[in-house]
Each structure stands twice: as structure tokens, then as C-alpha cells.
Ligand binder design. Sequence first.
Ligand SMILES: C[S@@+](CC[C@H](N)C(=O)[O-])C[C@H]1O[C@@H](n2cnc3c(N)ncnc32)[C@H](O)[C@@H]1O
Length: 346
Amino acid sequence: MQNSTMNEAGPTKSRFEYGDDDETIEEAATGSSNLDEDSSMCEPGDADKTSADYYFDSYSHFGIHEEMLKDVVRTKTYQNVIYKNTFLFKGKVVLDVGAGTGILSLFCAKAGAKHVYAVECSQMADMAKEIVKANGFSDVITVLKGKIEEIDLPVPQVDIIISEWMGYFLLYENMLNTVLYARDKWLVGSGIVLPDNASLYLTAIEDAEYKEDKIEFWNNVYGFDMSCIRKQSIMEPLVDTVDQNQIVTNCQLLKTMDISKMTSGDASFTAPFKLVAERPRSRNTHWKQTVLYLEDVLTICEGESIVGSMTVAQNKKNPRDVDITLKYSLNGRRSVISKTQQYKMR
Ligand SMILES: C[S@@+](CC[C@H](N)C(=O)[O-])C[C@H]1O[C@@H](n2cnc3c(N)ncnc32)[C@H](O)[C@@H]1O
């Protein structure tokens, strides 16, 4: 994840058992009771920095890791999958792609992995080394500082690849490509990638007040027309936690990706949707929701539906950015509308 400005994305339920995630961090720390007892630098000097370097820089500070670790839904889901499926990890060689503080490597080591290679490109790799040592796992976890695409792994193959690569809108940051690269280079034929699938959902919300404040604002600024900025502002999706009461339709599955088989091209797609007016609910994560504001105000009555398609593609100039095209139409009692809008996540 990364700090920036209608979906909840995260590891989805798969063939592995997931536990109850209604726990605090303190409770999560004692979750070990479920267990059997048994570089290269990637940061150049400021003058040579690209947007990719700033991306890695953001992971060098502990603040972003604190936010991720405190997302109990996220971190506990990984912990539960690992601790409740220790049979998968016992005696296995694991590669942790983008290890950060090393939390996932520690879970795997505790679950009985034979060896864990924790690869982290940012300065946080130095902390991960200390954390591994402080917790007595230096003989099981090797922290390698460098980019996955550039490091030499001391082993030719691994049995399991684990990673938390998901960005806002699932695909923002494009770290998925790094996981696919590692999978194709080092995973044994019968190996496992965790998470093994990931899904993107779409829902419609009511948010007239915010739209008025942040977008329509530019139409009349102290009596002056600044609507040229409005055009830019409506193209930028907003990442924020949406109040459940704002949700006005069903939640439509837009796309599921099979991480163990997909190619990087599969992350660009067009998917149809049908949103029917009703009021669903779900739990919050640090990924929040990504809100795409519509040019028009749609008035939707119960039972009516908004239909259309969403096209998601990597930005050609900066592959960490995401371009989104939303086509939608509503043929309702109060609104009849059909439109295409473009958005850029950067
Ligand atoms: C979303 S964080 C997850 C950190 C940790 N695994 C966790 O779950 O708390 C992703 C991490 O991957 C690292 N990363 C991203 N791309 C990488 C690459 N190509 N090679 C090595 N590390 C990378 C980032 O620096 C960041 O620390």
C-alpha cells in the first residue's frame, strides 16, 4: 500500500482456511498458541531519483509499516492462513517478496518453514535484519536487501512465495508484476503463491456533499471560473473510507485474478457490471475504498440498476499508475443517462 489521495481489496478466501479476524493486535500476538511447538541498494541520490525511487523511499520510513501492521484485518488474515495451515510450511523454503519489517517471514518461520528468504528493497531491510535477530530467527530467515528483479537468491528454487503486494484499487503501485517475476523465476512446479487469488469489487455510493466541496468548488472560486481545474480533479479517484450508509447498491465482483497462473497482461482488463439499488455492508481495511466521481448526479430508485463496464490498464508512461475508463448507463424513473469517463490513479 502507499499513501495518496469503491472497492475493498485484499487477500480473498481461497482453498486455505481463514480464521476469525475479530481480534485486536494484542490478541493476534498470542495467536501463536494455535501453533504446534515444534544487496544491492535500490535508492540512488536525490538528483537521479525517479517516481519509482520515491515509491521505494516511502517504504523506508516506519510510519507506512505501522499503518499496515495496525490493519488487523490485513495482518491477521496472513497470520491465520499461515498458522492454521502449518502443514504447508513445515520444512519448506519460502520467499517473502517485499518483506518490509519481515512480519510475514516471521509468521512463516514460526509455522516451521525450513528457510525463509525475505527480500526487501527499501531501507526497512536493515530493520528487518535486526527484528529477525531480536526474535531469534537468524538461522531460519535470511534478509536480502535489494530489488527482486536484481538480487541473487542463494537457492535455485523455492516452495512457497508469499507477498503483500496489493495497492489501493488493488492494482495501484503495480507490485503484482514483481510477484509474477519471482514466481516465474524461482517457484517449483508444485509450488504455492500466497495469496493465490485477488478480487476487485465495484459498488455505487451517494456522496453529493464531498463532490460539491471538492469538485464543483472549482466552478466558482470567489466569483472566478476555475473549472479547468475541475476537469483535472474529477479525473482523480479519491482513496478514502466510505461510510457504510453511503453505499446504495449491491457489491459487484469485477475481476478475480489467479496469481499462480496469470500473466502480467491479465491485470489490464475490461469487465461488465450491473449495480442494483440496495444497501450492503463490509469491514474497513487500510486500503479504504477508491471513489470515482461521476459527472452527473444519478437518481436511482430501489430495484433499478446501473449497468456498464470498467476498463483497467497500466499507465504506459508510469506502470505504477492505473488508468480507468468507466462506461455507465441508467435507464430509471428519475434519471436516464449514458456516459464514459476517464480516471487516472497516480
Ligand atoms: C505493501 S509492503 C508489505 C510489507 C510486508 N510484507 C508486510 O506485509 O507488512 C510491500 C513492500 O515491498 C517492497 N517492495 C516493493 N517492490 C519491491 C521489489 N521490486 N523488490 C523488493 N522489495 C519490493 C516495498 O519496499 C515494501 O516494503
